[in-house]
Design a protein around this ligand. Structure first.
Ligand SMILES: *Cc1c(COP(=O)(O)O)cnc(C)c1O
Length: 370
């Protein structure tokens, strides 16, 4: 990455994180304990749910959610073909068969009108992905799932604090968040599951801890999905600052849009009506009307010291390991395939200066000959 002066992600942790981690180190209590409980309380507040259950990463959060809603081998889930591979891998690990409903190019998320066609007699769960920090259309998807008796497992890995209709993601069903290094809140590795369902939360806590309720009393075949107090201590101060960090992302996004919206062949991200976008990524589309293609734009930006990223270069089913997989139903999704050709994410993280943002805008405009 030499020569990149404005990177697409940057992690900056401060004194508060250092102090809290140090206090855990000095306490000698490193495994799941009071810090994990504090982080869980912050996620209950963020999502307005009755429960939050911390786990060791976002993929685990999805696996545990699928197990807790009672997915059985051969049960089907419907999800987005335009997502990080973890969404699919977690469903497969839970024994499910994965079908894909195509996305809309406005929000890069499940298109409600296409979901119905993927529902069969074996479908048990709908898995919307709130991609790039914007909620999928839960206003339509949640009632649709309810009509068909489907569990809703939200992949909210990129969407801490996003809302739709004033309601936070992670509160529509079972919310699965990631706290990986590049996410809007990080613990290095980590995950969080949110739910209002008491029974489900109870199963999640059992699953997380070898199925054990009281010491050596096992109620189900579980696993070790626990987060450490060291990790939680890194996340707590960021959660306290999340509103401020998100507002900086939103201000950077607004400035980028202001500087780029007039370019022919460049489609800037759209905040859909009634949704609060938290801009995990600021993702433009480079269409056929542009003077250069997406990859050429990325190269031109790199030449100007500006980082960018392609999330994601292919539809998630478009790999040999899934084409031959008995758990994956590969169906051509033209929306996802167009997005994979056209998307480019530009720096929007909260540590950009206004000079950085101007530099990103200038570099894109120059590449477009504008
Ligand atoms: C990051 C991510 C995950 C997985 O989270 P990890 O913490 O990396 O395991 C799942 N889904 C999406 C959409 C993600 O971006």
């Amino acid at each position: 990455m030499s020569g990149i002066e404005v990177p697409v992600t940057a992690v900056r942790l401060g004194q508060e994180e250092e102090q809290l981690v140090l206090s855990v180190l000095r306490s000698g209590h490193l495994a799941q304990g009071p810090m994990v409980e504090r982080l869980e309380a912050q996620f209950r507040e963020l999502t307005g749910t009755a429960h939050a259950v911390a786990v060791d990463n976002g993929t685990t959060a999805l696996v545990a959610a699928f197990q807790a809603v009672g997915l059985q081998p051969g049960d089907e889930v419907v999800t987005s073909p335009f997502t990080f591979v973890a969404t699919v891998n977690a469903a497969l690990e839970a024994g499910a068969i994965v079908r894909f409903a195509d996305i809309g190019l406005d929000d890069f998320a499940l298109s409600p009108s296409l979901v119905e066609g993927c529902i069969t007699g074996r479908t048990r769960a709908l898995v919307p992905v709130h991609l790039y920090g914007q909620a999928a259309d839960m206003t339509a998807l949640a009632p649709l799932a309810a009509r068909h008796g489907l569990a809703v497992v939200e992949d909210a890995a990129q969407a801490h604090g996003a809302t739709i209709g004033g309601r936070p993601v992670g509160s529509f069903g079972v919310g699965c968040f990631s706290l990986y290094a590049t996410k809007n809140v990080t613990t290095g590795e980590g995950g969080m599951i949110t739910t209002d369902d008491d029974g489900l939360a109870d199963r999640l806590r059992l699953l997380r801890n070898q199925g054990m309720r009281a010491r050596y009393e096992y109620e189900l075949a579980g696993h070790n999905y626990r987060m450490t107090d060291l990790q939680a201590a890194v996340g707590i101060p960021q959660m306290a600052r999340l509103d401020e960090l998100t507002e900086r992302r939103r201000a950077n996004a607004a400035a980028l849009t202001e500087g780029l919206a007039d370019l022919d062949g460049l489609v800037v991200p759209r905040e859909m009506a009634g949704r609060r976008h938290v801009y995990h990524q600021y993702t433009v589309r480079v269409t056929a009307d542009a003077p250069l293609d997406r990859d050429a734009l990325a190269k031109a930006l790199a030449g100007a010291g500006v980082g960018s990223g392609v999330y994601y270069p292919r539809a998630v089913y478009d790999y040999d390991c899934y084409r031959g997989h008995p758990g994956v139903v590969v169906d051509h999704c033209p929306g996802a395939e167009a997005a994979a050709r056209e998307v480019l994410s530009l720096p929007v993280h909260p540590h950009l200066t206004s000079v950085d943002v101007e530099r990103v805008i200038a570099a894109v405009r120059r590449a477009f000959g504008a």
